[in-house]
Structures are given as C-alpha cells and as structure tokens.
Design a protein around this ligand. Structure first.
Ligand SMILES: Cc1cc2nc3c(=O)[nH]c(=O)nc-3n(C[C@H](O)[C@H](O)[C@H](O)COP(=O)(O)OP(=O)(O)OC[C@H]3O[C@@H](n4cnc5c(N)ncnc54)[C@H](O)[C@@H]3O)c2cc1C
Length: 451
C-alpha cells in the first residue's frame, strides 16, 4: 500500500518524496522540537506552488491529510496518516521598499526577511527566534518584539497565495475571500496550504537593544525594576524579564556555563540615548554581570535572547498573566526558585497595540492581558522529560490565580487545543469556516480548530 502511494506521489510532484523504509525518511520526519514524535505517512519537500497543489489534490483523493511544516518549531504529535509538506525550498523574498510591503514564500525564515527589509531601513514583526518561519509564526498570530508598537504580526498580512482544500490556487485578500483572509490571520494552518504571504513592513531605521544579566539572587530586585520600567514604557519599547538556567554543557560558553541568572532583554525602536534613559532604573540594580545593549541593525533583533537555533527536544508552557503586582511577582519568583530543570522562565511585557482590536483584524484578535509568561525546559532523556513536565505543572499551578487560562496560539504546547487560544465566538467562526472550506479535513494544523 505504502509503496503504491509512493510511486503515485513521486509521479505527481517534482520535489523529493520520502516514505517509511527510505533511508532519509527517519531524519526528514523529525521536527525542530525533537521531543515530538511525528508518525507521518510521507514527507514531501515541495519545489514550488504547483507541487503544493499536486500534493493537496493527491491527498484528497487518497483520503490522507496534509500537514505543512517548514521547521517543526510548533511540532505536533497528532500527524498520523498525513503527508508532511516541507516548504523550505520556497525561499523567495521580495521587498518593495516604496510600498513598504514584502512578499515572502512559505519557507522563508525570519532572519532572511529581516536582512532583506533591513537594507531599506524597514522591518517586519519578528518574535524572539530568527529561525522560525515567517509563515508558520504569522498564521498563528505572531507575538513580536515590535508588537506593542504595531500589534500582532497576522494583522500585517495584506494577501496570501494558497492552495485550497480542492487543490485550487487562490490569492486570498480581504476583498477576494473575506472568510479565509480572516481565518488565516491567526487561526493557524488549518484552512489552506499557504505558498506565499504579502506583509506590511514598518520603518526601523534605528534600533537599540540587548541583554542585561545579573546573578539569580537579584531576581526580586530586577523584577521590581522591570515592573517600574514597563509601567512607564512607550509603545516603541519592549522589555522582557527572564530567569535563566544555563546547563553545564560544553557548548555553553564560560562564564555562563552552569550559571543561573536573571536577564532583562530589550528592544527599542529609536535612538540609543533615549533607549538608555528609559532603562535607567534597571541600571540602578547592582551586580550586573553582562550587558550587551547597543545600537543594532534591525536584523539583529533575533540575536537578543540568544535562543538556540539548532534542533532541541523541549517542553514548554505559556500563560497570560492578569497583571504583575507584588503578589504575582512574589509568587512567580518563589515558584521558579533556581530555575532547574527548566532553562528559561520569561515574562514579556505586552500591552500597547497588542491590546487594541485592530481595524479589520484577523482571527488572532488582540491580547488584553498585560504580560505573557513563557517557560521552556530541555528534555534530552525520559527522566528529564518527567522532571520538566512536573515543574511546568507545578509553576503553572502556583500561577493559576494570576492567569486567565487563555494563551496566544503560538504559545500553545504540542498537546494544547486551538480552543485555548480563542474566545468562544472566534472559535465558532473558525470551526464554521473549517467545515465549509475543508469538509474532508485535508489540512492538519498543529492545533486543529475542531480538535
Ligand atoms: C525558540 C522559539 C522561539 C519562539 N518565539 C516566538 C515569539 O517570540 N513569538 C511567537 O509568537 N511565537 C514564538 N514561537 C512560536 C512559533 O512562532 C511557533 O511555534 C510557530 O508555529 C513556528 O512556525 P514554524 O513554521 O517555524 O513552525 P512549524 O512547526 O514548521 O509550523 C507550525 C505550524 O504552522 C502552520 N504552517 C506553517 N507553514 C504553513 C504553510 N505554508 N501553510 C499552512 N500552514 C502552515 C502549520 O499548521 C504548522 O503546524 C517560538 C518558538 C520557538 C521554538
């Protein structure tokens, strides 16, 4: 059966088709997050939009699902019976500086768009990682460094080039297809296979940012300063507080190896002098052991948090905080303790444009909560997986009185449902669109709206 499917598929597409039994299949099916096991039926490395259409038509006829996955940062363990579509070869990036718009193909990573836009003093709305795909991140909403100033990344989408569930190529805009245009801007990859996006760009001639670092026993003082800075921050300033546990591994440079620390990461859309002044209160916290803040080119924003770019097995958890008063801050610091076995516990300041409904916005809506808690723990062994899972649950439980239960779509963990990301009426509309536009359930998002 599989051999027949393979021969058919290989005749249908130009790109590489890998099946169970092929030497490269076991590597090809691996997601970036190595903790997730994806038991897919085939992996297709599509060459172009025509290949994308051919895979969708093939899958529909064969009664299989299609799961687009450029990288697997948002991997899903529920992809049995699907064809995994790798879009990495769709790498075109075209910046029209005069119109402040970029067309990016589905395999483009944020670092690539940032370099292309940065040449013109422009930026998109990237998150902390330079290696996630622009498409996957944006379809899920996209909580950016620059979100306080410009809102969620999905609301920057002007048009999408997609293959629909019948294998038909469409250009989706607000005018041409309002339902699909709305659903794809925040509802994830459940509605179409996207081959390219057109996105608004924003002026970013100057950027100031970097990381300040203290020993972890300064966490309470740094948290106080963080709260004061964020309470007065203009929308151009993003400030994130992170408790870090650097693992004692050879690849972690000295003096950070094995160090437990507290960091404040910042990005300011403006000049250095003004950025420094806004962060002065943090400089008053003694004991700084590192400070990388500097004037940066906009494309360097992906380096600020120094997140791992190589594949890694990890568990994570996101929560939206109702506030960050003394009780919340105290509970968090007490619950996190010395960080281990987690590697990072981060509080991002939200607000600004993120908290306002966008005019003609997509399914991503807005985020009313003022802070976002994100936690990550590496799980190289089954024992570490148990320890990290238990810790995430423990901290989550300690913080329950201060969370709303809702999470941004891109901060759902691999077992969480899309329902946790949306208000009831948004979820109902997404489900209605899914049933109408993909009645056979061809597209399999990492967080299906009907799940
Ligand atoms: C280190 C790290 C840092 C992160 N930082 C942030 C951050 O700052 N802000 C934030 O909002 N998120 C962040 N995320 C979450 C990240 O945005 C999501 O995991 C996102 O889904 C990653 O997109 P991807 O395409 O790289 O991942 P993938 O796992 O490859 O894809 C994720 C999903 O996107 C959909 N998709 C992707 N491409 C297509 C396509 N062409 N057509 C249809 N559907 C498609 C699919 O449903 C797929 O399951 C971070 C994740 C990591 C691991």
């Amino acid at each position: 059966m599989t051999a027949t499917i393979g021969a058919d598929l290989r005749r249908t597409v130009r790109g590489q088709v890998l099946l169970p039994g092929d030497e490269a299949f076991e590597t090809a099916r691996l997601p970036w997050n190595r903790a997730v096991d994806q038991r897919v039926r085939a992996v297709v490395e599509i060459e172009d939009a025509a290949d994308a259409a051919a895979v969708v038509r093939y899958a529909k006829l064969a009664g299989l699902g299609v799961a687009a996955q450029p990288s697997g940062h948002g991997a899903s363990p529920h992809l049995d019976g699907t064809i995994l579509v790798r879009t990495r070869r769709l790498r075109g990036t075209d910046v029209q500086a005069g119109e402040r718009v970029a067309r990016v193909e589905a395999g483009v990573r944020w670092e690539e768009l940032l370099v292309a836009a940065g040449k013109h003093g422009l930026t998109g709305l990237p998150g902390s990682s330079p290696v996630v795909s622009v498409t996957g991140y944006t379809l899920g909403g996209g909580v950016s460094w620059f979100g306080r100033r410009y809102g969620l990344a999905a609301n920057d989408v002007r048009a999408l080039e997609v293959i629909d569930a019948d294998g038909v190529t469409l250009r989706v805009t607000a005018e041409a297809d309002p339902d699909l245009f709305w659903a794809l801007r925040g509802g994830g990859g459940d509605f179409a296979l996207v081959t390219a996006l057109e996105l608004d760009l924003h002026p970013a001639p100057l950027l100031y940012g970097g990381r300040m670092l203290w020993p972890v026993d300064r966490a309470a003082e740094v948290m106080d300063a963080f709260r004061e800075v964020t309470a007065a921050a203009p929308e151009e300033l993003a400030v994130w507080f992170t408790m870090l546990g650097f693992p004692p591994l050879p690849e972690v440079p000295e003096p950070l190896r094995g160090l437990t620390a507290v960091a404040v990461d910042t990005a300011f859309l403006g000049v250095e002098e003004e950025g420094r002044a806004l962060l002065r209160r943090l400089e008053a916290v003694p004991g700084v052991i590192g400070d990388t803040r500097a004037a940066l080119p906009p494309e360097a924003v992906g380096d600020i948090c120094a997140e791992p770019t190589e594949p890694l097995p990890a568990l994570s958890r996101g929560e939206l905080l109702t506030g960050l008063d003394d009780a919340v801050a105290g509970d968090l610091i007490a619950a996190v303790g010395d960080v281990a076995p987690l590697v990072s516990v981060q509080v991002r300041h939200l607000g600004g444009a993120l908290s306002r409904p966008a005019e003609s916005g997509g399914a991503c809506g807005h985020i009313a909560e003022p802070y976002l808690l994100g936690m990550v723990g590496p799980i190289p062994t089954p024992e570490s997986a148990r320890a990290v899972a238990a810790r995430l649950t423990e901290i989550g439980r300690a913080m329950t009185p201060h969370t709303t239960g809702r999470k941004p779509f891109t901060f759902l963990d691999e077992e969480e449902q899309a329902a946790s990301a949306f208000p009831a009426e948004v979820l109902a509309r997404l489900r209605d669109i899914k049933r109408r536009r993909d009645p056979a359930g061809v597209f399999r998002s990492n967080h299906p709206v009907l799940g």
